[in-house]
Design a protein around this ligand. Sequence first.
Ligand code: FES
Length: 582
Amino acid sequence: MSDETPQQGLDRGLTNYGDTEFARFLRRSFAQSMGYTKRSLAKPVIGIANAGSDFNNCHRHFPELIAAVKRGVLAAGGLPMEFPSISLGEPFLYPTSMMFRNLMSMDVEEMIRAQPMDAVVLVGGCDKTVPAQLMGALSAGCPAIQLVGGPMMTGRYQGERLGACTDCRRHWGRYRAGEIGAREIGAIEGNLATTAGSCAVMGTASTMACVVEALGMMLPHTAAIPAVHADRLRAAEATGAQAVWLAQQGLRPEAIVTAQSIDNALRVLLAISGSTNAVIHLTAIAGRLGLPVEAERLNRLSEETPVLVDLKPTGTHYMEDLYAAGGVQAILRELADLLHRDCMTVAGKTVGELLDEQRDAWVDHQVIRPRREPLKPEGGLLALSGSLAPNGALIKRAAADESLFEHTGRAVVFDDLQDMAERLDAEDLDVRPDDVLVLRNAGPLAAAMPEAGYIPIPAKLARQGVRDMVRISDARMSGTAYGTVVLHVSPEAALGGPLALVRSGDRIRLSVARRTIDLLVDEAELARRRAAWTPPQAPARRGYQWLYQQHVMQAENGCDFDFLRAQARPDDAGTDRQGDRP
Ligand code: FES
């Protein structure tokens, strides 16, 4: 075989020894040492990126799931080759899983590119794992298909249905307010997360699963299947088989992820009133192909797209109910006239063809509302801008208190996470229910953007029954949280953005109607404060944290690393990514 011949299977990307035939001979010899026959080694190689780990409760069923993927690959005539990647178990990572999303994406990208595979099955689930896998696979340019672990089933506590993690926050709020004691919160702790799978509500993991199905990178009907349902294993088997088809067709992700399919994904994000984090992740995913996700576009789609799905944290039901109600395909059917029907999917069919196949499919309108009777007439998320956030901010209006949509209040400023932890519950904190809580130095650069934007209601106000206040930060918020919370303020305070200049007592104005967030301090005073401002912390000196701080971008660029994004796509036909795989 000459070096110009496109290489397939195990012959892809031969190790550099200066002798191609020797490299092939050695690789085949060592592959046979693992017990594979030459017949097996001649098949299309399907990589299976396994994000399982003992530090990731959401992925504890991955061994069984991956066995099903392998079954599907083998049945379709491929050779499954599982490989490990970094796993990001949301509650187990310090300082926050967000810091490691890009690292995981680099791991996935480089291992797809370096190892000989014709297609890859990405097996993830917990919050950051799915975006990391897709970012990596898109940059690697290999035919790819996403499989998620699926959501947890709900648990029960004293007759009440519980699901992580909206109910975690609700009961923790009751505990902080003194409504329940240590014994009861301890008992609830053991009943919030009782099965394998990702969080049971429309948090970030579930949102990303739904968004990726809408994007076309996951088999239809598979996003919402509970982790422990037999359909999850059937979906895994079907995904393995479909990966072989993708390898045979050479259908690469850039034929699927386009400006139009991103619109479809945003429509679903808005209709499910999904996690604010999904905007960051979708921006980063699209950015790997040079495709923008602009605030104006998000707002335009938000004006046209109703909230249809009644799930916690903004509604009533859980992910297992969404699956039983018809899942993402039922949502797409409700949105059909708003979608780009020609978008290709990993199923080998367009969005329109998939919708036509299910014209008479059943849907539970208790969970997925009909278009004519939406939960809210407009989408769940809105981009904001203004003098406090010149490069943008985000609010989940579907999770906010409408009485606070037009609100001007006095700022109560916390300088960083430590300051907030020390003073928030102090009895002498000068805070009133109509104040605006501000947390800064919690952005991508300062603190790897933890999910701290859901600033708890100060204990003394919580005890008075205050349940919501306007809260503003450069941090993120868990997809399972709710409240009138303005997030992702950019530029962040650590870069000297206006958030760094706010002082307690300043007036801040939020207007959801005008999509604005403004600091009502005159420019001369701000200039004086800016001149006196100094960056809050010394930069890291080595290792991944150094790399992270040198290259992380702000929320409007998906918090990706600057060197990982593609250059802008001149048209929708191709990319100029660096270094395609061999
Ligand atoms: Fe994994 Fe919530 S902890 S999805």
